[in-house]
Design a protein around this ligand. Sequence first.
Ligand code: DON
Length: 570
Amino acid sequence: MKVMVWLLSGRLRSGAFLLLACSVLSAAPFAAGPPVAGLATAHPLATQAGMEILAGGGNAFDAAVAVSAALAVVEPYGSGIGGGGFWLLHREHDGFEVMIDGREKAPLAAHRNMYLDDDGNVIPGLSVNGALAAGIPGVPAALVHISRRYGRLPLQRSLAPAIRLAREGFRVDKHYRKKAQFRLAALRDDSAAAAIFLHRDEVPAVGQRLVQQDLADTLIDIARFGDAGFYRGARARQLVDGVRAAGGIWSLQDLAAYRIVEREPVRGEYHGLRITSAAPPSSGGIALVSMLNMLADFPLQSLDEATRTHLVIEVMRRAYRDRAEYLGDSDFVDVPLARLGSRAHARQTGASIRLQQATPSSTFNGKAIEAGGQDTTHFSILDAAGNRVAATLSINYPFGACVVPAGTGVLLNNEMDDFSAKPGAPNVYGLVGADANAIEPGKRPLSSMSPTFVESGEGVAILGTPGGSRIITMVLLGILDLAEGNGPESWVSTPRYHHQYLPDAVQFEPGAFAAGLQQELLARGHELKPLDSPYGNMQAIYWVRRTGQVIPASDPRGSGDARVGLFSRN
Ligand code: DON
């Protein structure tokens, strides 16, 4: 993890800057916001792309477009223009806030039983590997929309760093190698994917330059023609032909019909902190609000560590139970958001919590959900005017479906696996869903991605992380750490634990629970599942309004890059 400061001297647009090595920058507060911008992403080249756009006069929204596109190039295993995501935006001058829902949609030819055989059993791998696993991508439409509606720069400027990275290449690092090794067999199965992401059918070496000329050309089409450069015309035909040749079911109509949705974020409150987070089709915001509502009824600070940890586990269990039952795409199913987010529901659900005894999940007779690691990606941005973006983007599993329609450079997502293929049948992360998340044409699969803002009288936090279903509990632990008065370095590095209702076990990172704490949790009836490795890759920013201090932080588990830049205001 690196934390650097770019001190931009001279005019905002001059691009001249001085590098200083310190972790925090503060400056006298300005009425319009801090003169300092902060940026935290999972890859140094994406952070650099965002800084370049801010230095060129772009706002946080232009920088978000640049960072999203750059991540699509340099973290091809995590997100991409063949995928989807949620961008939470805050415009400082009028306080306007919105979630851009660029989640993938099921193709129009999709149907409820598309991953089942004649006997009604799930066909292994069909929703994970290959073109049938791919939803209709939302990232290109989201980037065009964000740039045009909220940005200051032309899309061609914001996409320029990503186009350059695709054309000139980036160097493979150890994270890339790990993910490519994990998906080696599936990547080898698709000649276009293997030609781009492997070297002679093997995982490329660290330091090898990975050039993506076709992707550069597709990005250039989007830069020039907007939506039409991807969803219509020759590029759309190339995508559909490639998908169908690989056994998929996309049509030109699917691409032409794709639309992002501007959604009202989910909001909540916890001990004076205002929470703003992702709305359905993410389960993240409402699960966070519901967990915090339950916790608000207990004197968390005065409890001993074992009781406090037990209590947090119990609220996780209950929120994830609701998730499995009620959450899905609110354009298709009636998600009872007002009820799930209410204090009354928290009191009712929390009433069964016993401080000395775990509640077996079997009590609730319910369904399991997913877990995950470091795939997918999150970034946080604050610009010098106080505009902010929290965005979590995904192609789902590492390298998505491992299919590239020939000539496009676009790696297809396998987000269809986030649907419930069959009631009771687990997905790649162990997910078993309810009707609310069944497959329907044009529907968006349920997500856990949780880009979040937290505001107090003192400051504003911007945070989020990848990690499948663990995303929501990671953000919860980050918010609880913030509520205790700790700063972003602590939120991103705090040891993690997770309960997702089913399987009925507490997962925890190596070193997260001391032996004594483990004993106390076992004594309360919890099953403990120590994990072999850490998980998550949180990227956060804290802006202390009163002092103007901007503190970015990048998860030490990843190799992200958190920076602040001081922009002159003349
Ligand atoms: O939308 C979701 O919830 C998942 N597709 C995210 C996948 C993920 O975070 C994988 N990470 N480890």
